[in-house]
Design a protein around this ligand. Structure first.
Ligand SMILES: [Zn+2]
Length: 453
């Protein structure tokens, strides 16, 4: 497989509010590299998440960098899903611990190619510094405080292998880590969850740490840091702590950015939970799968073709065969898609839709917010099918005014019974769909009054 195919290309499509989409084949679990920023003067920071599959704080934070940050000065390269197979199987390492494979590795190891590839990215001349995001046990503290806060714990720490290295820039590891840690702690009110710098002094005989990714970088004179959030916290809390440290590092290194969410627990959680959008076959099927039902039936897939999909974030994978596909999002199981196969027709790109009495032109492959009713404007020769709506004697469901109560709850995409599929057909061929979203009356108000927490 070529590099171009493995390192996923991005499509910029307007309908995703954050504009970034990965396009890949089902069952592909190669890690992806995302290059943000285009500053010829650098610096270039490589951020890695998911070297172990059961540390969601780190890979979720890395994924948020890809989807929600715009780099104004400097460059950020992100690999948010290094051990993608282990991530979706929620395992530390399905083929053993990948973070022990950087000193020596047999060519027969199933992860040999991935390890070689990430090594070559680390050694890329443009990369100045590496941050490897982990979730660790308890709370590291240089002094023994209690069983959860002591020198043997890993959580809430910035890890260095040694005091300094001989690199062209940023070689003073200890002081850089110390400054970033202090800056991050300004955002953390509770002392016991403060960050500390942990020096593993790897060169002095730590045979385990010698095998790690960061020490591979150090041996090659590349500044590298492990960043740990505590496993005592839920995923979104860990991600928030990670980003406090990552942003403090950016500040120290002269990287400037804009971010699309607020650094509060509620907004980061909302962003993580809602960023689950999936498009199949260039948007012919478009599903917003936040709080999706565990199984979605009769998904119109394309006959005799391998499934291609785009997703709103790089932790989404589609795994299965022609009978059924599982949708995974990091460690989470999102839903299962049960396909129904059709020939596709490309002659229709949008439909006219009456939304609460107002006529709109709606492109296929998008979501339409509806308060009370919608009506599809009939198109000659084409047939509309509102999934879950049935009235005796009507085959084309265009031309009827429909409200939420008229559609059977269990046919919605989401568990709250708000999002429904409307599919368009030409004879027996499938043309595309829109997703009708019956909005909660209060949702607009809630969004605008959300305060800090
Ligand atoms: Zn780890």
């Amino acid at each position: 497989m070529t590099d171009a195919r493995q390192w996923v290309l991005f499509l910029i499509l307007g309908m995703f509010s954050h504009g970034v989409l990965a396009n890949s084949a089902a069952n592909s679990l190669d890690f992806t590299l995302h290059k943000l920023g285009s500053d010829p003067n650098g610096p270039t920071i490589l951020v890695i998440g998911g070297i172990q599959g059961d540390e969601p704080g780190g890979f979720t934070a890395a994924s948020l960098l890809v989807t929600d940050y715009r780099i104004k000065k400097g460059n950020i390269w992100v690999v948010p899903n290094l051990n993608f197979k282990s991530i979706i199987e929620r395992s530390r390492g399905v083929h053993g611990d990948m973070n022990r494979k950087f000193l020596s590795l047999a060519k027969a190891d199933p992860e040999y190619a991935a390890v070689e590839k990430i090594k070559s990215i680390i050694l890329d001349k443009q990369v100045d510094l590496i941050l490897n995001l982990h979730d660790g046990s308890g709370f590291y503290n240089p002094r023994h405080i209690d069983k959860d806060h002591n020198p043997y714990r890993w959580g809430q720490s910035i890890i260095i292998d040694q005091h300094a290295i001989n690199a062209p820039r940023f070689g003073d590891l200890a002081s850089l880590a110390e400054r970033a840690s202090n800056a991050a702690n300004k955002n953390i009110t509770y002392d016991k969850t403060h960050y500390h710098v942990k020096n593993t002094k790897t060169r002095e005989g730590d045979v385990e740490m010698e095998k790690t990714l960061t020490y591979f970088a150090i041996r090659n004179n590349k500044p590298a840091f492990g960043i740990e959030a505590s496993k005592d916290f839920q995923t979104h809390t860990r991600a928030l702590y990670h980003l406090f440290v990552v942003e403090a590092m950016f500040q120290e290194l002269g990287v400037e950015f804009e971010r699309d969410f607020k650094m509060t627990l509620s907004s980061i959680k909302q962003r993580i939970d809602n960023n689950v959008k999936l498009a199949l076959f260039d948007n012919k099927v478009y599903l917003d799968m936040a709080r999706a039902r565990s199984r979605l039936n009769y998904i119109p897939m394309k006959k005799d073709e391998q499934v291609r999909f785009s997703a709103s974030n790089p932790l989404i994978a589609l795994i299965g065969n022609e009978k059924s596909y599982k949708v995974r999002y990091g460690n989470r199981s999102v839903t299962q898609l049960q396909p129904q196969y059709f020939e596709y027709d490309d002659s229709l790109s949008s439909i006219k839709l009456w939304v609460d009495g107002e006529l709109k032109q709606v492109p296929l492959g998008t979501v339409v917010d509806v308060k009370d009713t919608f009506k599809i404007e009939p198109i000659e020769k084409y047939r509309a099918n509102i999934i879950g709506y049935a009235r005796r004697g009507i085959e084309d469901e265009a031309g009827v005014i429909v409200n939420r109560k008229q559609i059977l709850d269990r046919y919605s995409v989401d568990r709250e019974s708000r999002k429904y599929r409307v599919e368009l057909y030409l004879d027996k061929k499938y043309c595309g769909m829109i997703l009708v979203n019956f909005v909660k009356p209060s949702s607009v108000d809630l969004a605008s009054t959300a305060g800090p927490d």
